[in-house]
Design a protein around this ligand. Structure first.
Ligand SMILES: Cc1cc2nc3c(=O)[nH]c(=O)nc-3n(C[C@H](O)[C@H](O)[C@H](O)COP(=O)(O)OP(=O)(O)OC[C@H]3O[C@@H](n4cnc5c(N)ncnc54)[C@H](O)[C@@H]3O)c2cc1C
Length: 314
């Protein structure tokens, strides 16, 4: 049996969890067991069942994310169910848990995984390295394996099955984390899940000009992102900051407006499938990484793009 850690956000399973389920279902030869912490909302378990999860164990009794308590409960359930392959999304939680689970289960570990394993000769798997600038093929040679997959990098394929749900009461853990306040990302579409991202940098001159960026994003069904200085100056919230010190994303389409393309920015976005750069400086480094480039003033180009996007909807 293959296992997944089904991270939930206020009881909702995001697309990256469905990708983990789909991945696990493809590599499993005996069903998929999902573990989630906290009660999912009505209908959410059925979403997992659509992607091959045949059993869901809901762990009750851990009030907030705590890596040690989560690891203890997840590994207890996987060990009891003889799970050898564990798949999870390479999100903030996934990245935190994957190495801990691999140590606890004496497993080989691959993070940033971008493809299905090649099992023709051992268990070889492709993962992104050097901030997405290259790939490495690694061999996982222990019996137990932990695989953290990069969101948006593997095929999401339905494999509907019937799901059974069980509950497990967590042991008493010393919880080392206390959440005193939370702030939610403003965007409607979570950045790490978005297939289209409209991102802007210092070239937008000031926060008052983001209306255009948001309008284009809305029309394209995209999430918004920004460069680091933009977040540092409080033009945009920090959860939109992409790059080496921000979030790493891999959308199908990344539109960069007024961003120079510094290496630290590229580190977080260069794995995007298609990159469109809009910059008034033809020498901007970002054009070297672009699939399509528009040399022009954002204040001329954006209104035209918005008009074209609106026209294409009618
Ligand atoms: C350790 C370290 C970590 C870092 N981590 C990150 C990170 O995670 N993410 C990140 O983004 N940066 C990061 N940086 C900062 C990075 O080096 C760059 O300084 C930053 O990405 C530049 O942001 P920018 O492109 O918005 O601004 P700028 O470099 O100022 O570029 C603005 C661009 O807008 C163009 N422009 C200006 N006006 C217009 C207009 N009207 N129309 C069209 N184009 C216009 C300009 O030609 C220019 O190319 C890091 C730096 C360090 C040292």
């Amino acid at each position: 049996m293959t296992g997944i850690y089904a991270e939930n956000s206020e009881g909702i399973f995001k697309k990256s969890v469905l990708e983990a389920a789909s991945y696990a279902s493809r590599i499993s030869n005996g069903g998929v067991l999902a573990v989630c912490i906290g009660q999912p909302k009505d209908g959410e378990a059925d979403k997992l069942a659509q992607y091959g999860v045949s059993k869901l164990i809901v762990v009750d009794g851990i009030p907030a994310f705590d890596s040690q308590a989560y690891t203890a409960e997840i590994t207890k359930i996987f060990s009891a169910n003889q799970v050898q392959h564990i798949v999870l999304a390479n999100t903030y939680e996934g990245k935190t848990l994957a190495p801990r689970i691999s140590v606890a289960m004496n497993a080989s570990l691959a993070t940033n995984v971008v493809d299905f394993p090649d099992t023709s000769n051992g268990f070889r798997i492709r993962r992104g390295v050097f901030s997405g600038k290259g790939f490495a093929i690694v061999e996982l040679n222990k019996t137990n394996k932990v695989i953290a997959i990069t969101p948006n990098s593997t095929e999401l394929k339905q494999n509907p099955v019937t799901i059974s749900i069980e509950h497990s009461q967590a042991a008493a853990h010393q919880i080392n984390t206390e959440i005193t306040a939370t702030s939610k990302a403003a965007g409607k579409i979570p950045l790490t899940e978005a297939e289209v991202v409209v991102s802007a940098g210092r070239g937008m001159k000031g926060p008052e000009n983001w209306k255009m960026v948001e309008e284009l994003a809305e029309l394209l069904g995209a999430a918004t992102a920004c460069s680091k200085p933009v977040a540092d100056m409080d033009w945009r919230p920090h959860n939109e900051h992409v790059g080496q010190t921000g979030i790493t994303i891999k959308p199908n389409l990344y539109i960069a407006i007024g961003i120079s393309g510094a290496i630290q920015h590229l580190a977080g976005v260069s794995s995007s499938k298609v990159i469109v750069v809009i910059n008034k400086d033809p020498e901007a480094p970002f054009f070297k990484a672009a699939d399509y480039g528009i040399v022009g003033d954002a204040f001329d180009v954006l209104p035209q793009l918005i008009e074209a996007a609106r026209a294409s909807k009618n």
